[in-house]
Design a protein around this ligand. Structure first.
Ligand SMILES: Nc1ncnc2c1ncn2[C@@H]1O[C@H](COP(=O)(O)OP(=O)(O)OP(=O)(O)O)[C@@H](O)[C@H]1O
Length: 225
């Protein structure tokens, strides 16, 4: 089934001489069981696309359908709940809570969303794969960029989301970590039958992709692979 669909999406910022067309008539599909990669240089519109896909901002034109539901028609409150229940975001800013240690980043998720999160066993396996088990008592200021990134990935997976949207999830990682994260995303897509969408300029992730889109100057094209 087509899980995430963008239909004729355009996004513009500003007006008149300051008008920027960040996305220009985008058509895009991501399916369950697949890792979909969107590759593009800086400024090509990747973050804009991902945040529209997850309902964090609205398009100027076009439709966003998730699980067959047009999310533009949801109220703000409904959209917030929908995101919490269904979407795992890995954002470039990581969004870790500065005054909570790593363990409590997850306790906080439990408070906001008490049900449907991953089992303790699965959580352990994510921590293990991401190499962050020993960091559980550290605070964000004590983590390196790569460690922060891996905690942010674990937190996105923790809610057991139907689909995962990741913005440059490997930017701060060395090659061996990139392989682990690429393989982890791929396994989650295939073994858990989820739609995983990664926007990146990191070509090292190509090896794990089932579908690759190229985004250049706000225009998208599907690569034959
Ligand atoms: N809130 C905003 N207001 C004005 N312009 C914006 C806004 N958000 C994005 N843009 C512009 O839209 C274009 C696409 O930006 P976007 O951040 O989506 O690109 P990107 O491919 O994610 O870049 P990067 O890899 O550097 O994060 C850029 O020209 C950017 O300056």
């Amino acid at each position: 089934m087509e899980k995430l669909v963008l239909k004729n999406i355009t996004k513009q910022f500003g007006s008149d001489t300051n008008l920027v067309t960040a996305l220009d008539d985008i058509n895009f599909t991501a399916e369950d069981g697949q890792l979909t990669l969107i590759l593009g240089p800086s400024g090509s519109g990747k973050s804009t696309l991902l945040t529209i896909l997850g309902g964090l901002q609205r398009p100027s034109q076009g439709q966003v359908a998730i699980n067959g539901q047009n999310i533009d028609q949801l109220s703000t409150k409904e959209a917030d709940q929908f995101r919490l229940d269904h979407i795992g975001f890995v954002l470039q800013s990581y969004n870790l809570v500065p005054y909570l240690n790593v363990k409590d980043q997850f306790t906080l998720v439990d408070q906001v969303k008490p049900k449907g999160n991953v089992t303790a066993q699965k959580f352990e396996s994510y921590l293990n794969t991401l190499g962050i088990t020993k960091l559980i008592n550290k605070f964000p200021t004590e983590l390196s960029g790569g460690q922060t990134q891996r905690v942010a990935i674990a937190r996105a997976l923790y809610t057991n989301p139907d689909f995962i949207l990741a913005d440059e999830p490997t930017a701060a990682l060395d090659s061996s970590r990139v392989e682990e994260v690429g393989q982890l995303f791929k396994n989650i897509a295939v073994q858990e039958d989820k739609a995983v969408v990664v926007v990146t300029h990191d070509l090292r992730l190509r090896a794990y992709a089932d579908r690759i889109y190229q985004l250049v100057d706000g225009k998208i094209s599907l690569e034959e692979i």
